[in-house]
Design a protein. Structure first.
Length: 355
């Protein structure tokens, strides 16, 4: 059916224009933050040199080496991981009709971390090192991700079954996720207890979420998974809008709620397991980003999904940049900073929302 834009109400045109403008400005902000992130660090690179290196392959070999081998893959990884965690959190909050849904609060990140740790230490998919950024170098990414995904799906299944028994109570889902997250955290500590000194140090270091450990090859794997997931999330934008009105309303409008909920949960857990198995646990991005996006752009998923993606990339990239320079010459893992900042920001959003 063809829609004549001239026939649309003036208020609706203003509504869509305002939302579109917000997305455009946020994308421009993302580009600025991205270039700035590549510029600063232990070695300061002028912004013009960054632009010349990216687009003209100039100025010096040293600058090229720093940007293409260190800064650029780290920045891209932060952006892609931020997008994946943020949109996964948004999808979980929507399909479960639960504002506290996220890969962290529902236990998925701890489940994936336990699965990756189990794969690395028990199945031997990682090489233990005692020095360097890669305390654990994963030699079989596919098995590690598959095991992490399996434990994520186990968590997802328990949450869905429990919520169905208790008639999809948001409180029950959150409490179940917290309990499962605590269980898998205990399992990870159990593995650490029986590890030797080098393995223990490596496991603790690996658990800290850090985007600097990904190479171009690992970045490509994460990128492919997240692009596939984004296609699905964007394809179901209208279904997500309908599901916000409740399951009964969505079903009356022809939405297969159970199927969409199941597939969305599977894809969100796959994204989480891939990110955790490569980068470790990065908390609060999947919880805080969707709430911030809703405050700014509203509940319409046509605008909320793309804006959440951009905002997730900006936040994790900015956090990683700050973690690199806050204690120079030491570099903090980004998960430490997101955890320190995420909790007070989320409490502030809750208080401001209730007001």
């Amino acid at each position: 059916m063809h829609i004549n834009l001239d026939e649309l109400p003036e208020d609706y045109k203003k509504y869509t224009f305002r939302k579109t403008l917000i997305i455009i400005f946020s994308f421009l902000l993302f580009i600025i933050v991205f270039i700035f992130s590549i510029s600063i660090g232990a070695v300061r690179i002028p912004l013009m040199d960054v632009i010349k290196t990216l687009f003209l392959n100039a100025p010096t070999n040293k600058t090229n080496l720093i940007i293409w081998n260190i800064r650029l893959p780290q920045a891209f990884t932060a952006v892609i991981a931020g997008i994946g965690l943020a949109v996964s959190g948004l999808a979980m909050q929507t399909i479960l009709n639960n504002p506290l849904g996220s890969p962290l609060t529902l236990g998925f990140q701890h489940a994936a971390a336990f699965g990756a740790a189990f794969s690395v230490m028990v199945l031997g998919t990682g090489v233990i090192q005692s020095t360097g950024n890669n305390a654990i170098s994963i030699v079989n990414h596919y098995i590690t991700t598959l095991v992490a995904f399996g434990f994520c799906m186990l968590t997802s299944g328990v949450i869905l079954i429990t919520s169905k028994i208790k008639k999809t109570s948001p409180e029950v889902m959150v409490l179940t996720g917290i309990a499962l997250g605590t269980l898998f955290l205990a399992g990870t500590m159990f593995l650490q207890y029986f590890a030797d000194d080098v393995q223990l140090a490596a496991m603790v270091f690996w658990t800290f979420g850090d985007v600097a450990r990904a190479t171009w090859k690992e970045l490509l794997i994460i990128l492919v998974i997240i692009i596939i997931s984004l296609f699905y999330f964007f394809y179901n934008i209208w279904n997500y809008n309908t599901m916000q009105s409740g399951d009964e309303t969505a079903k009356s409008l022809g939405v297969n709620v159970e199927l969409i909920r199941l597939i969305t949960m599977i894809i969100a857990t796959l994204v989480t397991s891939v990110i955790v198995s490569f980068l470790g646990v990065i908390g609060f991005i999947g919880l805080v980003c969707p709430h911030m996006a809703r405050k700014i752009i509203g509940e319409d998923h046509r605008f909320l999904v793309p804006f959440t993606c951009i905002l997730g990339g900006i936040l994790l990239l900015a956090a990683d940049t700050a973690a690199r320079i806050i204690l120079l010459p030491h570099v903090l893992p980004v998960a430490i900073l997101t955890s320190f900042l995420g909790a007070p920001v989320f409490i502030f959003l809750l208080i401001k929302g209730y007001k």
